[in-house]
Design a protein around this ligand. Structure first.
Ligand code: NDP
Ligand code: 2IT
Length: 448
């Protein structure tokens, strides 16, 4: 058995019932095969891959909180400090009822390579809770965030581990988490990113993941002589990533015609009205039915039987921006049959392995989230820099750095793919480029 296969079996055996984690490891190890095989003896002796696939630290904790009626609830909190070879652990917090250890580990594992690709000094981590923020009052959200931080604070710090947002964690939650951290620790430090602009946040962090996705997508299209202007786009999701992906796509002259949330999806042939979408989702925290009610050109479709909806619309480009495994083989077949040219992941691991392979076999330009959604964490690292120097940069300054970082990520993934004989396979290129830096740092630091 080759070392890659041995390590994959080891991961499956040691981490039972964590299918998303197995999937993320499989995808990375498969694309690293060429690099590993060239250095097999050395990597194996150092158990480099076993170390890479085993979190440095896993923190599991109880989060009790009291609702507005006086009822106590208990949720499960997680923080996975996966790899600190190239910098302090960095990665978001997800609050969603589906959260479990395997999901947080898949996200933390991917974060290692993504963060490496940004070129900035940040290690990989992720956290979250199986708490459902939907339907909760602001006071309930505040009490929950305070309880979550009352345990988490002892494990994090501006030079140790710097969480941020992810699904279900936006500006409101980061504010409550930050307030409680500061109260307990009595230090005013950049321990979280995605902070509000009045207390140490960075301009353009809110927009960064969606904008970065489009900068990366555009770089991939340009390298393949495709002009984004006039292209129709299917976007899934209606949260932070989806909204600013839609906004930047429009600024670049493309036309996003769909978005979705957990209960339904919109087809708007005139193009999504992004200001209306922001009002419905960011301000009112309402369903997409409210968008449809105010927009005569929009069709609203209820989601039935777990179907994904938006991928059946005929478009040139698909940008999955909601959640893991939301684009499967059937969806990929529908997109290819409708002539899709490019797919770029805004979410983390939204495309199943079979769907990814189908796109690649059918010559669809495809780039994975570790590269294409890295703009969020990259801008978080820029927020850390600003906090350290106690200065704030302008929107234009941050946005232009973000654009440069995303173009560089695409270039590095493209070049690594070519160097290892996989031209045009941007998944392999991204994984290889991300891995090499981390592997070198781990080797230099000895067996730790
Ligand atoms: P938000 O919570 O802002 O939005 C998530 C969106 O996806 C919502 O529209 C939500 O629907 C929908 N969604 C979430 N879970 C499911 C589900 N299980 N089934 C169907 N729809 C779902 O999160 P973000 O936009 O921040 O995150 C979206 C994706 O992007 C995630 O994969 C995240 O890990 C990834 N990401 C986020 C970054 C960031 O900076 N925020 C950076 C890089 C990646 P509803 O409104 O009904 O809840
Ligand atoms: O998946 C991700 O990269 C994020 N949720 C952003 C992490 C961060 O630290 O900004």
């Amino acid at each position: 058995m080759s070392y890659v296969d041995e390590v994959y079996s080891y991961v499956v055996e040691k981490n039972p019932a964590q299918p998303e984690f197995h999937q993320a490891v499989k995808e990375v190890l498969e694309s690293l095969r060429v690099v590993i095989e060239a250095n097999e003896e050395e990597y194996k002796k150092d158990a480099l891959l076993e170390r890479l696939c085993t979190p440095e630290r896993q923190i599991l904790f109880r989060v009790p909180w009291v609702d507005d009626k006086g009822q106590t609830h208990v949720n499960n909190g997680f923080r996975i400090q996966f790899n600190s070879a190239i910098g302090p652990y960095k990665g978001g917090l997800r609050f969603h009822p589906s959260v479990n250890l395997g999901i947080i580990k898949f996200l933390g594992f991917e974060q290692i390579f993504k963060n490496s690709l940004t070129g900035l000094p940040i290690g990989g981590g992720k956290g979250g809770c199986d708490f459902d923020p939907k339907g909760k009052s602001d006071n309930e959200i505040m009490r929950f965030c305070q309880s979550f931080m009352t345990e988490l604070y002892r494990h994090i710090g501006a030079d140790t581990d710097v969480p941020a947002g992810d699904i279900g964690v936006g500006g409101r939650e980061i504010g409550y988490l930050y307030g409680q951290y500061k109260r307990i620790r009595n230090v005013y430090e950049g321990v979280l990113t995605g902070k509000g602009l009045t207390y140490g946040g960075s301009l353009a962090r809110t927009e960064a993941t969606g904008y970065g996705l489009l900068y990366c997508t555009n770089a991939m299209l340009k390298a393949n002589n495709v002009d984004i202007k006039g292209k129709t786009i299917a976007v899934s999701g209606a949260g932070n990533v989806a909204i600013y992906a839609i906004q930047k796509a429009q600024q670049l002259g493309a036309k996003p015609v769909t978005c979705s949330d957990s209960t339904g999806w919109i087809y708007d042939p005139e193009g999504i009205d992004v200001e209306l979408l922001r009002e419905v989702k960011e301000v009112k925290r309402a369903r997409l039915t409210e968008y449809a009610a105010k927009r005569p050109s929009a069709e609203y479709h209820e989601k039935k039987n777990g179907e994904h909806g938006v991928w059946n619309v005929k478009v040139d480009i698909a940008l999955p921006c909601a959640t893991q495994n939301e684009l499967d083989l059937d969806d990929a077949k529908a997109l290819v049959a409708n002539g899709v040219i490019a797919v770029a992941e805004g979410a983390n691991m939204p495309t199943t392995i079979e769907a990814t392979q189908y796109f690649q076999q059918n010559k669809v330009l495809f780039i994975c989230g570790k590269a294409s959604n890295a703009g969020g964490v990259a801008t978080s690292a820029l927020e850390m820099s600003q906090n350290s120097e106690r200065l704030s940069w302008t929107f234009e300054e941050v946005d232009s750095k973000l654009q440069g970082i995303m173009e560089n990520i695409f270039k590095n993934a493209d070049e690594a793919a070519k160097k290892y004989g996989k031209e045009g396979d941007y998944v392999a290129g991204a994984n290889i480029a991300g891995f090499l830096k981390v592997a070198e740092a781990m080797k230099a630091q000895g067996i730790v």
